[in-house]
Design a protein around this ligand. Structure first.
Ligand SMILES: [Zn+2]
Ligand SMILES: [Zn+2]
Length: 288
């Protein structure tokens, strides 16, 4: 259905929309309401920016709240105290990246939607399991891009100019996920786009992928290795313990999501050795 038809106020079309919305429930109602009342431009730009911001705060909140719950200390990976100055730097970087990188990125997302003629309607939306499988494909592609780009960012001739900013936090927490130099936001952001360009058949993938990616990147920076984390249902998922080691050690474990690239190139050797020795020490303590 074209937006022009809706705006012309054709009574039959308007009645169909109204009855469609009235009969729908939950997600369907919200989606139909949104696509009826807002333009594609508004949804792709303002809608995406709002969803990103809200999802970021929502997903990062538990790891912030956990700090005030003594019971959760047993799941904390590193016991380093937080610095107030670092917290302020993180907040400033998040704001800067939102303004100079994310806003133009969402404008680009709108142009892509128009160029690819990506449908927005509820009727053309693929089933949830197709979108979930597409998100998994996006994760695999992004993880590959990120692994090699991340190794490049650690090259001694460029490390101090860009990636050092992200390594301000040796013991990360959820909010640190996007606390990176703007150049890094662009370089790693490119990896988020390949999957959409490859699998994109509906606008829903942009939002579903954005949410899945935030869920993953905030989880690996949470600083907590909480049991029964559903993200570990993804095969070969590294998780917080895996990425936390990268922040602590500054070397190895370069992939953000899966463990296979580090396994193939042997960049997880120090990580395995560290936990082998830690386990040995704990067993020796128990025997005393
Ligand atoms: Zn790094
Ligand atoms: Zn990190």
């Amino acid at each position: 259905m074209k937006m022009a038809d809706i705006l012309n106020g054709d009574p039959i079309i308007m009645e169909n929309i109204t009855s469609g919305i009235a009969n729908a429930g939950g997600f369907e109602y919200t989606w139909r309401y949104m696509t009826t009342n807002y333009t594609r431009f508004q949804i792709a730009t303002y809608g995406s920016a709002l969803l990103h911001l809200m999802s970021y705060i929502l997903i990062a909140s538990p790891s912030i709240i956990f700090r005030y719950i003594p019971f959760m200390d047993r799941f904390k990976i590193q016991q380093k105290p937080l610095s107030g100055a670092n917290e302020m730097k993180c907040f400033q970087l998040l704001l800067l990246n939102q303004l100079i990188i994310h806003v133009p990125f969402y404008l680009g997302a709108h142009f892509y939607c128009e160029l690819a003629n990506l449908p927005f309607s509820y009727e053309t939306m693929p089933p949830w399991y197709v979108t979930l499988a597409q998100c998994f494909g996006c994760l695999v592609i992004e993880d590959t891009w990120h692994y090699f780009s991340h190794r490049l960012l650690h090259h001694k001739s460029i490390y101090k100019y860009v990636h050092k900013v992200h390594h301000t936090w040796q013991a990360p927490h959820g909010m640190v996920a996007e606390c990176v130099h703007p150049i890094e936001t662009i370089l790693l952001g490119v990896g988020n786009m390949w999957g959409v360009l490859f699998f994109g058949t509906h606008f829903i993938l942009l939002w579903a992928w954005m949410f899945v990616r935030l869920l993953e990147v905030i989880d690996v920076h949470s600083g907590y290795n909480v049991p029964l984390n559903p993200l570990h249902l993804f095969p070969f998922y590294g998780g917080a313990k895996f990425h936390d080691f990268h922040h602590m050690n500054l070397k190895g474990n370069y992939a953000p999501t899966f463990i296979w690239w580090d396994k193939i190139f042997g960049t997880d050797i120090q990580y395995k050795e560290y936990y082998r020795l830690k386990k040995e020490q704990e067993e020796a303590k128990k025997q005393k």
